[in-house]
Design a protein. Structure first.
Length: 484
């Protein structure tokens, strides 16, 4: 087993949750929303038709950022580990999967409705409901007891009712009860129903894991805060199969700091990360223990990733409902047992959003505002921008394109000549490009170019033929030991 995770120096349990607040990296969420639209990270979906609530499209830079986040997660969870393998299960599954998993009966949020404007809200997200416990949220008299009112028009709110979050559709030509299927609300169940297939084909011994990245769908009552909560989103989940009891508890405690440190490894300030353990009345129906890694967003501390000890709920229930034997046989001890599961559940959208927020920088340089994204080089959409000092000199432009073509075999690189060199630098700073390569008049004589660093703004002259080697070496340094 290998593990290249680092240990953050900051202890996220060093103060009670309500006593430590470093403040958000960006005070105003609109700053990130505006940058995302202006620079091509994220657009409102179906915008020319007025948009569709809580669905967003990733633009040219956004898709690169999110893909890089997914690659970084896959590297940490699969590539750098010996005991975890990958899976890509279908979005549509047999409906009985969701009955057995408890989603048909239990996957719901408390919904309230205003009697005058008829707006609907998730109870726990109403102003004034921040301190309510899970028991409070299930109390039919909670509205009357707390005096909560509609935040839109101060109208009276209904008693809460449970609203199932799964999207339903029909499979086949007839739309009746027998044809109902669900868009999956999580990727995890695909790993559980494939446990036997993966175990037999990969020949992994306990403990081992199944990692998966894929789309999930939830009919959220009150989505919002940009891409933080959406109805269509992408998950990065890993299910770790372990021996029952104490080995599962030990695996849980190992994975919790490992997942915290992954965000710090890729540049998130540890001061804006913390743990929050779920209270007993807050635990999901499958969980024996659950702890969230939270991030200080502009709208408060919110879940970034969850680590859960799911016990044998999933494999045990699927074995009973399907009739399949989902036990693990240990030939060394001749034991048969249903494995327990430790789950790490993250979101690709929420992680990319977090890296984007935490990387945002503003500073004054020579009397002008400089905006930059100090993204880890592995996550940056473009690694290099190749820029001509004089675009009217064809020899300079030709050398730029030669350098870019060489770089493109290994990294994402871009050529830009649509402004002065100063504005080109600022543009690349704002989209997070770590290095700019500038070709000038002297380059035609000495065959050297200038590499400018995004964060320090320092410049270095290197051989034009050696640019790719320099960039690849810097990327390797960033991969193994980069700090923000």
């Amino acid at each position: 087993m290998t593990d290249s995770s680092t240990t953050a120096e900051h202890d996220p349990f060093d103060l009670p949750a309500d006593e430590r607040d470093p403040g958000p990296a960006v005070p105003n969420l609109e700053t990130i929303v505006s940058l995302s639209k202006r620079r091509g990270f994220i657009f409102p979906s179906s915008e020319i038709y007025g948009g569709i609530n809580a669905v967003w499209d990733y633009g040219p830079l956004g898709v690169e950022l999110k893909n890089n986040v997914k690659r970084a997660w896959w590297r940490a969870m699969v590539q750098e580990r010996d005991e975890i393998v990958g899976l890509d299960a279908g979005i549509l599954m047999a409906p009985q999967v969701w009955v057995t998993s408890g989603h048909v009966g239990s996957f719901s949020d408390p919904l309230v409705e205003c009697g005058t404007c008829h707006r609907r809200y998730r109870l726990d997200e109403l102003p004034g409901a921040e301190g309510l416990s899970a028991t409070d949220l299930n109390d039919p008299a909670i509205i009357e007891r707390t005096g909560l009112r509609c935040p839109n028009d101060d109208g009276a709110l209904s008693a809460p009712r449970r609203f199932n979050l799964m999207f339903r559709t029909y499979m086949g030509p007839v739309e009746d009860e027998a044809a109902i299927v669900y868009l999956r609300p999580e990727t995890a169940q695909g790993s559980y129903v494939n446990f036997k297939n993966v175990k037999e084909t990969s020949r992994k011994k306990i403990p081992f894991g199944i990692a998966q990245i894929g789309k999930s769908f939830r009919n959220e009552i009150s989505p919002g805060n940009f891409v933080f909560r959406m109805r269509e989103f992408e998950q990065m989940e890993m299910q770790y199969f372990v021996r029952p009891g104490e080995p599962a508890a030990e695996a849980f405690e190992e994975w919790l700091p490992r997942r915290f440190d992954w965000y710090a490894r890729y540049g998130v300030n540890p001061e804006r990360l913390r743990y929050r353990e779920h209270a007993p009345d807050e635990l999901a129906h499958y969980a024996k223990k659950a702890v969230d890694v939270e991030y200080r967003f502009p709208f408060g501390w919110k879940e970034l990733e969850g680590v859960h000890n799911r016990g044998d709920f999933d494999l045990g229930n699927h074995a009973a409902a399907s009739g399949e034997n989902l036990e693990y046989f240990d030939p060394a001890t001749e034991e048969h047992f249903i494995p327990w599961i430790v789950e790490t559940a993250a979101g690709a959208d929420r992680a990319a959003f977090t890296f984007l927020i935490d990387a945002y920088r503003e500073e004054e340089v020579r009397g002008e505002l400089r905006v930059s994204l100090a993204l880890h080089p592995e996550l940056a959409p473009y690694k290099v921008a190749v820029l001509p000092l004089l675009k009217k000199r064809p020899e300079i432009v030709e050398l730029c394109h030669r350098i870019k073509a060489d770089l493109q075999r290994d990294v994402m690189a871009v050529y830009d000549d649509t402004a002065s060199i100063g504005k080109l630098y600022r543009r690349q700073d704002e989209i997070g490009t770590p290095w700019c390569v500038t070709v000038d008049v002297d380059s035609l004589e000495d065959l050297k170019v200038t590499i400018r660093d995004r964060d320090s703004m320092t410049q270095e002259r290197v051989s034009a033929d050696g640019v790719k080697r320099v960039i690849l070496d810097r990327l390797e340094v960033a991969r193994t030991g980069w700090t923000a």
